[in-house]
Design a protein around this ligand. Structure first.
Ligand code: NAD
Ligand code: DAU
Length: 380
């Protein structure tokens, strides 16, 4: 979309990534109305948006994306022309315990939203012109990569790794052409939602874009995910539960760099297209955990590395994908995006944020914020 649409609906805006996207759009596009639609599950927290909640171009609706009538109402009431869809159940471990909630929100919720947007846009004189349904997805839909290539050559797994390093080492990574092969209930539900988005494009001509991003980290991430959970546990001198041998590899991107990519793709991406987003920043879990330990120790005045005794190897996650690694060269060459932060800077910023925002962490982990917002918005 070359022009910024007037009325943009962002779903899941009270969550981790969504709150960064809402903040970016509310501040960068004062002429647009940003409509945040979020069910406020355990993962949604309006405290993430305290700094912009009174902005004149910001509106919040507590609503379930699987409630199609509610979606129809919000979309037509606000004359929505662009949707950025982030609302989802996002945690793999929870999906292993309760796959049904993931199918309901991620699959049926996405389908309801697609249908509601399609109906509204079809009712307008200019129909799909200058409209966009942008679906945020994950690299996990592609399945898992090996740690080595068939000759046994290891991938670089360093902050300096780039696409050419990988090519030189002959180790693969996910491209936009990689066949879908999801393993967890979470990734199966996201894959299904991606297919529905593409089906609405191919069948009805709905202008859609799908992006698949690697692991995000940064401020406001719920402390059930590796990085914030471990920062919090190190701060509190609690055990650090490392799944299996800690050898799994993830490709990490600072959340504000993901939000910048979303902004760029929303405005310049080609409808019908897919873009991979990632920073060529692979880390073996155990190496990353040691970086976290050193950073928290240093910033809390302890001898660096003294918290390593907290590392506790526990039973592996069921079906634990070995390695994810994203090739984002298409986004870099076609739209000129690149990550702004080196990993060490991003980790430093993130650890400092969690140290400075203990109250946020306490509220989130104690469930107090849920009680507070229950009072404001009724039962969840
Ligand atoms: P999150 O769990 O922090 O936030 C999800 C938000 O969606 C919450 O605010 C929650 O209240 C809301 N939500 C859940 N169910 C809903 C429903 N039925 N109706 C309305 N709102 C609902 O998730 P996140 O980590 O910010 O991820 C956001 C999106 O990005 C997801 O679609 C996820 O699959 C995708 N993604 C995440 C990562 C990552 O590393 N976190 C990486 C790639 C893609
Ligand atoms: O790749 C993108 C995905 O990244 C997103 O789509 C998901 O929404 C997001 O949750 C994330 O999934 P992961 O499963 O990779 O993230 P998580 O933080 O749960 O785990 C990262 C790695 O750390 C993984 O190999 C499992 C391991 N781990 C995780 C936890 C919570 C542990 O060893 N111990 C833990 O306690």
């Amino acid at each position: 979309m070359s022009d910024t649409p007037k009325n943009i609906m962002i779903t899941g805006g009270a969550g981790f990534i969504g709150s960064h996207v809402v903040r970016l759009f509310v501040t960068k596009y004062p002429e647009s109305t940003i409509v945040n639609v979020d069910k406020l599950t355990y993962a949604g927290n309006l405290a993430n948006l305290k700094d912009i909640e009174n902005a004149s171009n910001y509106k919040f609706y507590k609503a379930d994306i699987a409630d199609i009538d509610e979606m129809r109402k919000i979309i037509s009431e606000n004359k929505i022309t662009g949707v950025i869809h982030l609302a989802a159940e996002s945690h793999v471990d929870r999906s292993i315990k309760d796959p049904f909630t993931f199918a309901r929100t991620n699959v049926m919720g996405t389908l309801s939203l697609l249908q509601a947007a399609k109906e509204y846009w079809e009712s307008l004189p200019d129909k799909f012109e200058n409209k966009l349904f942008y679906h945020i997805s994950t690299d996990e839909v592609y399945g898992a990569l090996e740690l080595t290539n068939p000759e046994g050559v290891k991938a670089p797994f360093t902050t300096k790794a780039s696409a050419s390093d990988h090519t030189a080492f002959g180790v693969d990574f996910f491209t936009e052409e990689t066949k879908y092969n999801p393993h967890s209930p979470y990734s199966a539900s996201k894959a299904s939602s991606d297919h529905f988005v593409r089906a609405y494009h191919d069948t009805y001509g709905l202008p859609t874009i799908v992006t698949n991003c690697s692991n995000n980290y940064g401020p406001y991430q719920f402390p059930e995910k590796l990085i914030p959970l471990f920062i919090n546990n190190i701060m509190q001198n609690r055990p650090l539960p490392v799944y299996g041998k800690g050898e799994n590899v993830r490709d990490w991107l600072f959340v504000e760099d993901h939000a910048r990519a979303i902004d760029l793709i929303f405005h310049k991406g080609k409808p019908g297209d897919t873009y991979n987003i990632g920073g060529f920043n692979e880390w073996k879990n155990i190496d990353l955990i040691k970086v976290l330990i050193r950073t928290v120790d240093r910033l809390t005045g302890k001898p660096e590395g003294s918290s390593e005794h907290l590392i506790t190897y526990v039973t592996d996650r069921l079906g634990h994908d070995m390695r994810y690694a994203i090739d984002s060269r298409k986004l870099q060459s076609e739209l000129g995006w690149e990550p702004s932060l080196q990993f060490e800077e991003g980790i430093e910023k993130t650890v400092k944020w969690y140290l400075d925002n203990k109250e946020w962490v306490d509220n989130v982990t104690s469930g107090d914020y849920e009680k507070y917002y229950d009072k404001m918005y009724g039962d969840r």
